[in-house]
Design a protein around this ligand. Structure first.
Ligand SMILES: [Zn+2]
Length: 89
């Protein structure tokens, strides 16, 4: 019988990465909307830039935690881009 090596922590880390990516997407969309409308003030720019960087960094950190967890399961290797879907172990 084949089993995929995933657990509730995999699910939690992926969920947090998804939520963080959505937050970053929201900040990114705000920047795009400002560009389209041409209504960005200097104050908007000064607050949006750090917010975009923060949400990007948070999303990257959750994604890295998820990746490290999968490496811990043996589903990924640090240098690998390939996911091992199942194991006979
Ligand atoms: Zn897991």
């Amino acid at each position: 019988m084949l089993h995929t090596k995933i657990c509730s922590e995999c699910e939690r880390l992926l969920y947090n990465a998804v939520v963080a990516m959505r937050e970053h997407e929201k900040d990114f969309k705000s920047a795009v909307d400002f560009n389209v409308s041409g209504g960005m003030t200097e104050e908007d720019r000064q607050s949006l830039g750090p917010r975009l960087a923060d949400s990007f960094t948070t999303a990257q950190a959750w994604w890295d935690a998820y990746r490290e967890h999968l490496i811990g399961h043996g589903l990924l290797t640090p240098a690998s881009k390939v996911i091992r879907m199942a194991s006979t172990e």
